[in-house]
Design a protein around this ligand. Structure first.
Ligand SMILES: [Ca+2]
Ligand SMILES: [Ca+2]
Ligand SMILES: [Ca+2]
Length: 134
């Protein structure tokens, strides 16, 4: 009887152990969780712009208020940079950067509900948006 009880306890301990591992996995921050400041499970344009704006300031290491292509560390290819820089002065102001974020946000939201869901972040357009946010 005792050994059976021990086996049962071991099984329970095993399940608890698995549960712990599972919740650790589930807690891995998703892209949505990272940018979803109002915690409604999706990322809206305001949240995306907020994240992008914080990133812009972080990347602007010389603090001149603009990003050059080097400061972007590969987030935009030279071709993408050129389309993001309509005045062609080889730097992006925050307005230019946020305009690009807005464009990518719209591309990443094909169902047009104004939010990017976890599934939408997994698409190519979703990944392209995420590159400008973190
Ligand atoms: Ca949200
Ligand atoms: Ca510019
Ligand atoms: Ca959407």
């Amino acid at each position: 009887m005792i050994s059976r009880r021990n086996a049962l306890l071991a099984a329970i301990a095993g399940l608890v152990g698995l549960g712990g591992a599972y919740s650790a996995f589930a807690k891995k921050p998703s892209l949505v969780a990272k940018f979803d400041t109002d915690n409604d499970g999706t990322v809206d344009l305001a949240e995306a712009k907020k994240a992008a704006s914080a990133l812009f300031e972080k990347l602007d290491t010389d603090k001149d208020g603009t990003l050059d292509i080097k400061e972007l560390h590969g987030r935009l290819s030279p071709k993408e940079f050129a389309t993001t820089d309509p005045d062609n002065d080889k730097t992006l102001t925050k307005d230019e950067y946020l305009a690009a974020v807005e464009k990518r946000f719209k591309a990443a939201d094909p169902d047009n509900d104004g939010t990017v869901s976890a599934a939408e972040f997994r698409t190519t357009a979703g990944q392209a948006l995420a590159r400008l946010l973190h």
